[in-house]
Design a protein around this ligand. Structure first.
Ligand code: SAM
Length: 298
């Protein structure tokens, strides 16, 4: 173990019932699934791979034989030392006992002494109790990541990959797709794990290509705007914007019309391109609304 790492266990007890395994520990036991997940990363022979939650090492040895270097971050104080023991004489594998939510990628590299500054490749059979937090953390660091292959609950995979205009599309889909292309690869039944989770799982691949520059929006402000647009899914986009106090009727209807949309449209039906157009127009009117409660400035 790398000395000096003091993990902070802040989220572990949040929202966990007694029946749920500690730290979201549903270990993958299906050998062909292990292979498929690692293969979904493509060629990693010259990449530094970050594995989130290696657990008992279901993916770790496959990754170690293929990657140029591997950093595996495990929070569990019993599992991490076991992995460290297995990999201690390997020069290209480092195990960090730490909370992935508290660690940034540059820090992980520095702590392990693994050289390089090329974007990393991320993989993990994610602990489901903090899936969204982990994804948001990865999105924040999109510039340091080339691609990610992660296992999530199937329902979350469907939301991440949903296209606008479908009922599954929502804030998570829009946020993810502002950071990259999302593809749902395959699903796995509960029996592929031990203990079996109460839900089906699916593997997604995320190719990081943030779209903020291309769509001429600032990241913080636009992500905040998306939150407002999706705040109440059943409400129209106009009503969500009005209740947030960021625009008046005339403004909102004018920009929605300019985007070629119906006045009764809901956020789930609006493409990211149109959302960005609406944001830019409202943002340029911001001066008029600075005195109201919510601002678009983030
Ligand atoms: N990769 C293993 C497998 O496929 O069998 C384990 C996957 S299990 C679903 C999730 C793993 O993430 C567990 O080993 C758990 O201890 C670890 N974990 C949970 N919360 C974590 C956190 N905040 N930071 C790092 N690892 C975490």
């Amino acid at each position: 173990m790398v000395p000096g790492i003091a993990p902070t266990i802040t989220r572990y007890s949040l929202g966990m019932s007694k029946k749920k395994p500690k730290l979201g520990q549903n270990f993958l036991t299906d050998p062909s699934a292990r292979q498929r997940i690692v293969e979904a990363l493509g060629d990693i022979s010259s990449a530094t791979v970050l594995e989130i939650g290696p657990g008992r090492g279901a993916l770790t040895d496959l990754l170690a034989t293929r990657a140029q270097s591997l950093i595996a971050v495990e929070l569990d104080r019993a599992l991490a030392p076991r992995l460290t023991e297995i990999w201690k004489s390997s020069g290209h594998v480092a195990i960090l006992q730490a909370d992935i939510l508290e660690l940034d990628l540059a820090q992980a590299r520095a702590m392990t002494g693994i050289a390089g500054d090329a974007p990393m490749v991320v993989i993990g059979n994610l602990p489901y109790y903090i899936t969204s937090d982990i994804l948001l953390r990865l999105f924040e660091q999109a510039a340091s990541i080339s691609r990610a292959v992660v296992m999530v609950q199937e329902e979350v995979a469907d939301r991440l990959a949903a296209t606008s205009g479908t009922s599954t599309y929502g804030l998570l889909s829009a946020t993810a797709q502002m950071h990259g292309r999302v593809e749902k690869l395959f699903a796995l039944p509960p029996e592929a794990f031990s203990p079996a989770p109460g839900v089906s799982s699916a593997v997604i691949r995320l190719d990081m290509h943030p779209r903020f520059e291309e769509l001429h929006v600032d990241r913080t402000g636009f992500l905040r705007f998306l939150q407002i647009c999706f705040r109440q899914k059943r409400k129209t986009l106009v009503n969500n914007l009005k209740s947030a106090g960021i625009a008046d009727n005339a403004d909102v209807f004018a920009v929605i019309e300019e985007a070629g949309l119906n006045a009764a449209v809901r956020a789930e039906a609006v493409s990211l391109e149109s959302m960005a157009l609406i944001y830019r127009r409202l943002h340029s009117n911001r001066g008029k609304h600075e005195k109201t409660g919510d601002s678009l400035a983030g």
